[in-house]
Design a protein around this ligand. Structure first.
Ligand code: NAD
Length: 503
């Protein structure tokens, strides 16, 4: 892998199209910033519609090329496993690159990268298990069966918060199934996806199977979602962008998979071990600086323990160690973008204006080096209500609103009072109650006595405005293949051309 933090510092990175670095058609590059200092540290090609067109054409050609189309399933799986080994070899370098781009804790990015090869191995195993059915029909001497085939060119648009991890859940199965791909990573985190493309080449995939066009959403991203050569769009990002992309894709009647935003309820009943529940709520919203789609940003606490719980949560939040993301003991790093920091401040301001109270946080740390970066204190807002703006909209930062509830009926009403439906968590020792909650809450994933416990073997995705389609588990085999029905008449009989035989 030639792209590493040291090798790209201060450099210009080109697209990766057809197995080669390709300069942008426009000659323009965009800057990528280091969130700990706010300073630019490399530039990436600022792609446009011409670059997207070139990449989609190359991907279309690769999907028809016998080098990819006629490869056996076993060999396809072998290539994906080889990629897994290369990701394992480069895990530390890739983690460092992502930390430098999005400011997330090095420990967190390392954990993601170390787990990633297992995901590639898991999806590689699907390559030779994609099978159709034989359908018993009411006709003698007829064979009726289904085939599962690759779809063609899949366009993938990814966000900045966990670039490679969020890509893996769709890229790995797409490759195992035999699709080709054009990826448009976030303009804030181009480097690791370009580095991965180099590993794809090193693994031995034919050129053109995986292509990366960097650039802004409104230019490169938009062009990808409108390109008639794309057979499916996979999008991970905000609900507003998802809505726009789905409309573009509809113009070409192209299906989408949408992994969008969330405003997830995180519930604490009065029968819990308080320390466990406080840690769970902390992990749910302050880990990753709250920059996760599944953040448990609306916390509902049973009225009887509300005051005690808030006291413990605030006490623990005040002790969070804010610092440089590469430091071993840092618990909260900076936000990834200056605009993200401003958004967090704006929404905390809305919270106060709408009647909530800041119990802790609500400020940028002022001491030493932290003042220069995009840092924000973990923030707990109490006296929260669902109709406040900071409780309705996704903030994507270390901010939680806490409110009391009385009884399960009120809880379900409050938990579901959101336009999102991505995830939900509940802490209780009463399994009956937990199961009732799991059945009644509108969320694609429900965690009981745990939170943010994700696995590539399980299907994840949202309801309502959190999106549609699933990634993870066997569901992806359906998502990234198309189903064909084949009917064979082996009777040898010549039929009257104007009579349709129903039996
Ligand atoms: P975003 O929507 O601003 O951008 C995501 C990607 O879309 C970027 O690559 C961007 O360049 C591109 N884009 C922007 N406008 C576009 C357009 N008009 N056409 C095509 N592409 C366009 O989101 P973000 O700020 O990068 O990421 C944060 C959001 O992602 C949050 O809302 C978060 O909840 C969501 N997210 C969801 C999941 C999930 O699995 N559900 C996971 C991570 C992040």
């Amino acid at each position: 892998m030639t792209l590493t933090v040291a090798s790209i510092e201060g450099r210009r990175l080109d697209h990766f199209i057809g197995g080669r670095r390709t300069a942008p058609h426009s000659g323009q590059y965009l800057q990528s910033f280091d969130p700990t200092t706010g300073a630019p540290w490399y530039e990436a090609a600022d792609g446009d519609a011409a670059d997207i067109d070139a990449a989609v054409r190359v991907a279309q050609a690769a999907s028809m090329d016998p080098a990819w189309r006629r490869i056996t399933q076993t060999d396809r799986g072998r290539l994906v496993r080889r990629l897994a080994e290369l990701v394992a070899r480069e895990a530390d370098a890739l983690a460092l690159m992502e930390m430098r781009d999005n400011g997330k804790l090095l420990r967190e990015m390392q954990a993601q990268l170390k787990a990633m090869p297992d995901a590639y191995h898991y999806f590689a195993g699907m390559a030779d298990k994609l099978q159709g059915d034989t359908i018993p029909v009411n006709k003698l001497d007829m064979l009726n069966f289904t085939l599962r085939e690759p779809i063609g060119v899949v366009g993938m648009i990814t966000p900045w918060n966990s670039p490679l991890m969020l890509l893996t859940g769709t890229l790995a199965p797409c490759l195992a199934i035999g699709n080709t791909v054009v990826i448009k990573p976030s303009e804030h985190t181009s480097a690791s996806t370009l580095a991965l493309a180099e590993l794809v080449k090193e693994a031995g995939f034919p050129d053109g199977v995986v292509n990366v066009v960097t650039g802004h959403g409104r230019t490169a991203g938009e062009a990808l979602t409108r390109h008639p050569g794309v057979a499916k769009i996979v999008f991970t990002g905000s609900t507003a962008t998802g809505r726009r992309i789905a409309a573009n894709a509809a113009g070409n009647l192209v299906p989408c998979q949408m992994e969008l935003g969330g405003k997830s309820p995180h519930v604490v009943f009065d029968d819990v071990d308080l320390d466990r529940a406080v840690n769970g709520v902390m992990a749910g919203v302050f880990a990753a600086g709250g920059q996760t789609c599944i953040a448990g940003s609306r916390c509902f606490v049973e009225a009887g323990i509300y005051d005690t719980f808030v006291e413990r949560l605030v006490d623990r939040a005040r002790r969070v160690r804010i610092g440089h993301p590469a430091q071993e003991d840092t618990e909260l790093g900076p936000l990834a973008l200056a605009a993200q920091l401003e958004k967090v401040e704006t929404y905390v301001g809305y919270g106060v204006a709408d009647g909530a109270t800041i119990a802790t946080g609500g400020r940028r740390p002022q001491d030493g080096e932290l003042a220069a970066g995009w840092y924000y204190e973990p923030t707990v807002l109490v006296d929260a209500k669902n109709d406040m703006r900071f409780m309705r909209d996704e903030i994507f930062g270390p901010v939680v609103g806490v409110m009391p509830f009385r009884g399960e009926d009120e809880l379900i009403r409050l938990a579901n009072d959101t336009r999102y439906g991505l995830a939900a968590g509940i802490w209780t020792r009463d399994i009956d109650r937990a199961m009732r909650f799991a059945r009644n809450v509108d969320a694609g994933t429900v965690w009981i006595n745990t939170y943010r416990s994700a696995a590539f073997m399980s299907p994840s995705g949202g309801f309502k405005e959190s999106g549609y389609g699933r990634r993870g588990g066997f569901e992806v085999m359906r998502e990234f293949s198309r189903l064909k029905n084949v009917v064979v008449d082996y009777s040898g009989a010549t039929q009257d051309p104007f009579v349709i035989r129903l039996r």
